[in-house]
Design a binder for this molecule. Structure first.
Ligand code: NAP
Length: 336
């Protein structure tokens, strides 16, 4: 597995990571035994950059991956996140069946870090993200608290998620930010003209979440497919009505192109992201060994100039129809 650096002078991580969220929420029923096999298979293949969060499964995701991380601690680069409270009154947290609220206060960040360490059963978190910028707390205060966790030896590197360019700059002045984790894929290219430019000017790595468009870009979500009760995608505008029909036509082009190249649509989507720069480290999510193996092998898919031109023509920045989130979740995206 190739490696990429998280930020200027930062640590090396696998060029393709493993998103663990779907093992505990969002995309249908989980299967803990298969998830554990997937985590171990990932490490065997050199996919060592694991992504979780305190809020995933309201702590269940950290508890699930904890034993594997502990047993193979030296092999894993573990990222987790703070700042979204599960189980509080507020916005329904998508696909998790609980309400949630943002809290980026220093007290909550400190508490959340200790709780994550305990659930994971480890003594240091490799990369600690603020999951969403809390409009009630100046970013300097949130990142100040995170910096104190670095000083205390509980955290090694810091990151933000879904932060806008101005917020990222302010945060980076308080403490070096190693990575920004935000949505980025063939069907969501908005970061290219905004926050990705800022990341590059500051030497911050970009970690695309939902790099497969929440599975849509794999071609496995079909017209009329019944997504499980509670599956987040049932509520997302891109998976509904006319937008879904439009987006399925886009994915059909991707699948045709993948067939010509002898790879899968998901591999093509990941290879495109990897081609966008050495500072891009996607974290496709899966709970299955089969998908993990396919996604890891995307690093071997070489794209020619013609391939890239065709992908760019097929997926221009406004190619997909529908918003990527429902309004309540969109309100949590920082654009400052
Ligand atoms: N910072 C944030 O706010 C934020 C938001 C969303 C996600 N994330 C992180 O980013 C990670 C990845 O994003 P994501 O999970 O939302 O979306 P994703 O990686 O775009 O897609 C995940 C979905 O694709 C399916 N899939 C994966 N590989 C496949 C393949 N080769 N062929 C067919 N289907 C495949 C998975 O199926 P199965 O579930 O059946 O395996 C799952 O339903 C998450 O796990 C999480 O750690 C962060």
């Amino acid at each position: 597995m190739h490696q990429r650096r998280l930020g200027a002078g930062g640590p090396l991580v696998s060029a393709v990571g493993l998103g663990c969220m779907g093992m505990s929420q969002s995309y249908g029923p989980g299967n803990d035994e298969e998830s554990v096999r997937t985590l171990n298979r990932a490490l065997d293949l050199g996919v060592t950059f694991f992504d979780t969060a305190a809020v995933y499964g309201a702590g269940a995701n950290e508890r699930l991956i904890g034993p594997v991380v502990r047993r193979r601690r030296s092999e894993v680069f573990l990222a987790t996140k703070c700042g979204i409270l599960a189980g509080s009154s507020g916005t329904p947290y998508p696909g998790a069946g609980v309400s949630s609220a943002l809290d980026g206060s220093p007290a909550e960040i400190t508490r959340s870090c200790d709780a994550s360490l305990q659930r994971l059963g480890i003594d240091v978190i490799d990369l600690f993200y603020l999951h969403r910028v809390d409009p009630k707390t100046p970013i300097e205060e949130s990142v100040g608290a995170m910096a104190r966790l670095v000083e205390a030896g509980k955290v090694r590197y810091l990151g933000l998620s879904e932060a806008g360019p101005g917020t990222l700059r302010r945060a980076h002045e308080v403490h070096p930010i190693s990575a920004l984790q935000s949505e980025y894929s063939l069907w969501f290219r908005e970061p290219e003209d905004s926050v990705l430019v800022t990341c590059r000017s500051l030497g911050i790595a970009f970690v695309p979440f939902s790099p497969l468009g929440r599975g849509f870009l794999s071609g496995h979500v079909k017209k009329g497919a019944t997504l499980a009760e509670g599956d987040l995608r049932r509520d997302l505008p891109r998976f509904q009505g006319d937008a879904l029909d439009h987006n399925l036509r886009l994915v059909a082009s991707l699948e045709a192109m993948a067939e010509r190249k002898g790879c899968t649509a998901s591999q093509l989507a990941l290879a495109w992201l990897l081609s966008r720069g050495e500072d891009i480290v996607p974290i496709p999510g899966t709970k299955r060994q089969t998908y993990l193996e396919i996604n890891a092998a995307a690093t071997a898919v070489a794209l020619s100039a013609d391939d890239l031109a065709l992908l760019n023509d097929t997926f221009p920045p406004d190619a997909a129809a529908g918003e990527r989130y429902m309004p309540a979740m969109m309100a949590w995206v920082d654009r400052a």
